[in-house]
Design a protein around this ligand. Structure first.
Ligand SMILES: Nc1ncnc2c1ncn2[C@@H]1O[C@H](COP(=O)(O)OP(=O)(O)OP(=O)(O)O)[C@@H](O)[C@H]1O
Length: 240
């Protein structure tokens, strides 16, 4: 079966700095692949490399049967890669409604329906749709950020630490929504997480990064907790 996204011995980084060191991983066409690892192990760099924001010095990246290693980020977005960054990417001075109207400009004909789908996923956004995005809580902004990406009708989702800086209740709401997106669309998801419990709750496959290398890639069901502990300790983080 052809993977939806595959890294083949990818070495990549920022300018002269190498972060990913011959990283290989594969995400099936109907799969949630969760990338775990300690702080600074290179998780976010995996996503940034997937969407073309780093310098690739060796290896290649395949989107289905296509080698996208030299495609620009906007071509990768056109090819259906929907990226939700960790940092806020909403227009603080615009209302929730106007953010979504701007985000949905590519599919204007179906915008009303698409916006309703976003509001169905995130009822909290419907309640606050006339308020400035800058006045939303961190969790609500994360919801809006995911909603904006969904309006592009992506063929895969790449999510960078959707749990970061959120309260437990917000983490539950955001992860329930990701689960719902999967039920409705079956699109594959590449999810970077530091929150082990949240990440594992969605994972079909797990990949653990240690200092820029893929130290483990395995079906979530087969995951050996001891091995996971050892890898996190190697990466400098003690699991609770
Ligand atoms: N724009 C950048 N320029 C130079 N170095 C960077 C840049 N972004 C990240 N790095 C470095 O790359 C390494 C991996 O960072 P990355 O953000 O991928 O790790 P991470 O596993 O996602 O960490 P965290 O969980 O803390 O977000 C770190 O040493 C970091 O300092």
């Amino acid at each position: 079966m052809t993977a939806a996204l595959r890294f083949e011995s990818v070495t990549a980084g920022y300018g002269p700095i190498t972060v990913l060191d011959e990283a290989s991983l594969a995400m099936g066409p109907d799969e949630v692949l969760v990338v775990l690892g300690a702080n600074g192990s290179g998780k976010s760099t995996v996503l940034k490399t997937a969407i073309g924001l780093t310098r690739l010095s060796a290896g290649r990246i395949m989107l289905g049967e296509c080698d996208i290693s030299v495609l620009s980020p906007h071509r990768r977005a056109e090819a259906g890669m929907g990226y939700v960054p960790q940092t806020r990417n909403v227009f603080a001075d615009l209302s929730v409604n106007d953010n979504l109207r701007m985000g949905g400009f590519l599919h204007a004909a179906g915008l009303t329906r698409d916006m309703e789908q976003v509001f169905d996923l995130f009822p909290r956004l419907r309640e606050r749709r006339r308020e400035r995005a800058g006045d939303l809580s961190g969790g609500e902004r994360r919801m809006l950020s995911i909603g904006l990406t969904l309006l592009l009708r992506p063929r895969m989702l790449l999510l960078d630490e959707p749990s970061s800086d959120l309260s437990p209740a917000m983490i539950t709401a955001v992860f329930d929504a990701i689960r719902q997106i999967r039920v409705e669309t079956r699109i594959p998801v590449l999810l970077v997480e530091q929150n082990l419990q949240a990440g594992l709750s969605l994972a079909d496959r797990v990949c653990v990064m240690v200092r820029g290398r893929v130290a483990l890639e395995q079906a979530a069901q087969e995951l050996n907790r001891e091995q996971l502990h050892a890898l996190f300790l190697e990466g400098g983080v003690r699991l609770s």
